[in-house]
Ligand binder design. Sequence first.
Ligand code: SAM
Length: 328
Amino acid sequence: MSNSFFVQKTTSYGGRGLFSTKPIPKDTLLHISVSPYASVVYRRYRKEVCAQCFSYAFESNRNCWNIKHEFNGSSSYFCSDICKEDWQSTQNVDGLAAQCVAALDKLEKTMKKRLEIEPETIFLSTSNITMEEIDSAWKKAEGTSLKAVSKELLNELELDTARFLTSAIIRRHLENTYPSSSPTDPHFVTGTWSQVLELQDNELVYSQATPYALSSRILVYLFIRSALWFSVPVLRPYLKTSDTVRALLAREQGNAFGLYEVIGDTEMLGYGVFSSGSYFNHDCSPNIRKERDGRSMKFYAKRDIEPNEELCINYIDIDDVVAANDAT
Ligand SMILES: C[S@@+](CC[C@H](N)C(=O)[O-])C[C@H]1O[C@@H](n2cnc3c(N)ncnc32)[C@H](O)[C@@H]1O
């Protein structure tokens, strides 16, 4: 990740970071992540947040958006006809987004009760879980029958995670089916799956910190596979193994940005992975601020910057326009 303002280098404390290559005046726009590769608007905000530009109805003094796209009893909501058209041509290509939303909703409605996955069928460790145990848990999940999970009820967080992962599965499929031919192609502006794979992989660190979350994540994979396998068969190549889901979950942690309302900056409406925006490290006194502009994340100089300074945002500053990495 480099451009005319900065270059990517290894930092003195490990990992990669971005460093200025020349003097940058305050308020310069350094980088735009045009659109997330994968994203989700939380279910509870479904009617209040535009599925395309993420604008929040309350910021326009409304209770909800009423421009809808309906398919098989499930709806997506938009703030304008333009957003609905943009969504049709970039996200609902071949009707996939609508089919997936409907399939996930349908499975959710047919579920009766939550049956915890037997711990021994998934993994045994409670601390210091190893990569071998994580691999083994996912492999076992791949061999679990679809029928066996069809009665599992997911909680709110898991259902949102399922939608987030599904958006990436659709994007991967579109990327493979319609190779990029122009800068307006959806996967040109969202970045590519290989760029997602280049992001820092936090699977082991996260699993060790929260070993109890592994069975929840596996349950989400089984839920998506069960919901989409027969309803959206073109997506089977990305569901047959857990590779796509697992790779994204490994990178979502520590790389996702919260999608906040723009004006109040208090409500987190969802989250997304913006690959090209994920190389700014954290600093409590950052020289970069980021602002959401519709589907885009924009990165500006917060002050005058000297050459060879590390460019950092604040992951937790509530005064920032959006707080980073708090979706995880
Ligand atoms: C969004 S990524 C930033 C890019 C990352 N350094 C890389 O190599 O891909 C966030 C991760 O970078 C590391 N990081 C960010 N800011 C840091 C800091 N101030 N000190 C140490 N590590 C930091 C942490 O591992 C964090 O989970």
